[in-house]
Design a protein. Structure first.
Length: 220
């Protein structure tokens, strides 16, 4: 998904001006990437930010407006006084979305940017951006939870069961191999016929092959 800020390039604020404006709006935000103004970022495609103590990676692209209008020619009449586009790409991560909206509000306040949500092809108002920020931040807090004790206990019981099963399998393997060696010794002394150790050897080989196939079986 993409959110585009259309601006007049010579009206872009400096990083310090933008940070100060965002702080005035009440957001705990800071740019970690070193730059002066956005048009200095044409050699990189990400910027690092800090939002509420969380480090955020924001994907950003800078383009002359003519390149963007080739994809959205119907916007030309609405952007006659803009010559530059700052595009932010994002997925479903709430903090990234909140970070992009916060930067966009700062650009809207300081450089009169026009904000365009490219996927739905709609212009965003300041209120829309603020409402979305609150929703993103609230959802991120709600999504932060601790694992219930019942789940932890269940996982521990499952681990213990797996350990016991592994021990039993190992004991069975040792007994089977021990029995095979014992039978071979008896066979050499002609105490038993060769068919018995042969059967045991076949069983051992079959079991080894089954275990090997289980290990090779891909997990889904």
């Amino acid at each position: 998904m993409s959110l585009i800020n259309f601006v007049q390039k010579n009206k872009l604020p400096t990083k310090i001006e933008l940070e100060n404006r965002i702080k005035e709006l009440g957001y705990d935000f800071k740019f970690l990437t070193d730059f002066d103004t956005f048009d200095n970022l044409n050699k990189i495609d990400t910027i690092d930010c800090l939002l509420n103590g969380n480090k955020i990676f924001v994907e950003i692209y800078l383009n002359p407006i003519t390149e963007i209008l080739s994809d959205f020619p119907n916007l030309k009449k609405d952007l006659s006084d803009k010559n530059f586009g700052i595009s932010f790409s994002f997925g479903s991560e709430e903090l990234v979305c909140a970070c992009i909206n916060i930067i966009s509000i700062g650009l809207m306040d300081l450089s009169q940017s026009i904000v365009f949500y490219a996927d739905d092809e709609v212009f965003c108002t300041r209120k829309m951006l603020i409402d979305d920020i609150e929703a993103f931040l609230d959802h991120n807090i709600e999504g932060t939870y601790s694992i219930p004790e019942e789940a932890i206990e269940e996982n521990l019981r499952f681990d213990e069961l797996k350990k016991k099963e592994k021990k039993i399998k190992n004991v069975k393997t040792v007994i089977l191999w021990g029995l095979l060696f014992f039978v071979i010794i008896l066979m050499k002394r002609k105490s038993i016929y060769w068919i018995i150790p042969s059967i045991l050897l076949v069983l051992v080989l079959i079991k080894s092959q089954i275990n090997l196939q289980k290990k090779r079986k891909p997990r889904r």
